[in-house]
Design a protein around this ligand. Structure first.
Ligand SMILES: [Zn+2]
Length: 65
C-alpha cells in the first residue's frame, strides 16, 4: 500500500494523513507530493537535520514539491 501521509511544505515534517496542521511549525501547507523519508532523532547532531534546518526530532521528507 502506498503511503498517503502528508509532508509540510514549510518544514518538511511528515504527518499522518488526517492531520490538517503541521505539529512542528503550525503550517497548514501540507502536501501528498513528497519523497524520501528520513527519521531524525538528534537534529543537532545530524548533518541532514542541520541542512534541512530541523530543530525538533521527528520524521521528515527529503523532497517536498
Ligand atoms: Zn511544518
Amino acid at each position: 500500500m502506498a503511503s498517503n501521509r502528508l509532508a509540510c511544505r514549510d518544514c518538511h515534517a511528515v504527518v499522518e494523513a488526517d492531520e490538517e496542521i503541521c505539529p512542528i511549525c503550525n503550517s497548514t501547507s501540507l502536501t501528498e507530493d513528497w519523497s524520501g523519508y528520513v527519521s531524525i532523532a538528534h537534529p543537532e547532531k545530524s548533518e541532514i537535520g542541520q541542512e534541512m534546518e530541523v530543530t525538533k526530532p521527528g520524521s521528515y521528507a527529503l523532497k517536498v514539491r
